[in-house]
Design a protein around this ligand. Structure first.
Ligand code: RB5
Length: 148
């Protein structure tokens, strides 16, 4: 396991799956900081993407997990931060390639779309897959230079 410290966050729609995924991480013995939300009361997903992006920028975590209803909104928000490479993943193949080719540092899931077992599999693959480097380094470097 090469994931380092982890941070997890969700909005209200993602809360139930976030709880499951945090439990998985803890069961693996990994250090995970849960930034909320902590109930199913309605909240705004950009606030939780911002909290996670800030934690990664400040070195409190190396990688993150985000969940909202579809994964779309919270993923869009996270990718506004230039140091975040957030990938919305709903299957193990896209999760594996998001790590291997895109060096994704945040995996995003949609709690209303993905099954719990598939979500757990995606989480494990996100943690276990290394960046392939090589030609992908050049492309990821170009991502960082795109206008904000
Ligand atoms: C909340 O109802 C929902 O819109 C949000 O979780 C997410 O799916 C947005 O992209």
């Amino acid at each position: 396991m090469t994931a380092g410290r982890l941070v997890i966050a969700s909005d209200h729609a993602g809360f139930p799956l976030k709880e499951v995924l945090r439990g998985e991480l803890e069961a693996m013995g990994l250090e995970v900081d849960d930034l909320g939300t902590h109930t199913e009361d309605s909240v705004d997903y950009p606030d939780f993407a911002e909290a996670l992006a800030t934690a990664i920028k400040n070195g409190k975590a190396d990688r993150g997990v985000l969940v909202c209803g579809t994964g779309i909104g919270i993923g869009m928000a996270a990718n506004r931060y230039p140091w975040i490479r957030a990938a919305v993943c709903h299957d193990v193949t896209s999760t594996r390639l998001a790590r291997a080719h895109n060096d994704a540092n945040v995996v995003v899931m949609g709690a209303r779309l993905i099954g719990t077992e598939t979500a757990k599999d995606c989480l494990r693959v996100f943690l276990e897959t290394n960046f392939d480097g090589d030609r992908h380094v050049r492309r990821v470097d170009k991502l960082a230079k795109l206008p904000a």
